[in-house]
Design a protein around this ligand. Structure first.
Ligand SMILES: [Fe+2]
Length: 248
């Protein structure tokens, strides 16, 4: 498994080079603007709870590896509530007709983001070996570390200026994701020492690549969103704004 973890480390570094991550690090941009992609993340943030509850978690299980995955699912299955809380606090809670919000959530602009959990669900369903499922779970976690590390830096600035704490985008979420839930002490050593056959290892590599590809596409789409949508009118594209004005 050491080789799989090494690949995950490399993929993490690649992810860090994406325009979205660089944009988030750019201190010349206002902190809130660096989080302007939040509406685009919604389909993923909301789906992720279900992915953990209904797909990644396999209960009951006597398999130690599946048990480790299960513990993580209990940690991650309710973070969408923190997301909604932060959406409100950060001022993204605009009032728009229900049909328009649904249209946005299922629009082409949010397609890659919306499909991340579906893609992972399929990879998981078609690979029943717990070691392969662990590789998927580790890859997902790693992508979370990359993005949450950066949101935590931005949230810190916003907390200072707005005197608010942010449970999804703030440091506490990063700490939870990088910490060890009860029952997973020494888990890293256990995972690293797992022996994989050559065939399993190659399959695990393939799955790690696929997970990172899904997240890379999602982060690309979030960056596109920043370009096309304004912070003030997050659900209305400039072209649509013109149309609406023409109608008026
Ligand atoms: Fe989370």
């Amino acid at each position: 498994m050491k080789d799989v973890l090494a690949l995950i480390r490399i993929k993490k570094q690649e992810l860090e080079q994406l325009p979205l991550l660089k944009y988030m690090e750019d201190e010349s941009i206002e902190p809130l603007q660096r989080l302007a992609w939040i509406p685009c993340l919604a389909p993923f943030a909301m789906n992720f709870g279900d992915l953990n509850k209904f797909v990644l978690r396999q209960e009951p299980s006597n398999n130690k590896i599946q048990q480790i995955i299960n513990i993580h699912t209990y940690e991650d299955d309710h973070h969408w509530q923190w997301f909604l809380e932060d959406v409100q606090k950060l001022g993204f809670d605009h009032s728009i007709p229900f049909s328009k919000s649904l249209k946005f959530m299922w629009s082409e602009e949010t397609q890659k983001t919306r499909l991340v959990c579906h893609k992972i669900g399929l990879l998981y369903t078609f690979n029943t070996d717990p070691i392969l499922r662990l590789a998927i779970s580790e890859a997902i976690e790693a992508t979370g570390h990359v993005i949450l590390y950066r949101t935590a830096q931005i949230a810190k600035k916003l907390t200072e200026s707005r005197k608010q704490k942010y449970r999804y985008f703030g440091q506490s979420h990063f700490d939870v994701e990088t910490g060890h839930p009860i029952g997973t002490e020494n888990v890293e050593e256990f995972i690293a020492t797992l022996e994989l056959s050559e065939e399993t290892k190659n399959k695990a590599f393939e799955l790690v690549e696929a997970v990172f590809t899904a997240f890379t596409e999602m982060f690309g789409e979030c960056m596109e969103y920043i370009v096309n949508y304004s912070l003030e009118q997050p659900y209305i594209k400039p072209i649509d704004k013109k149309r609406e004005l023409a109608i008026l």
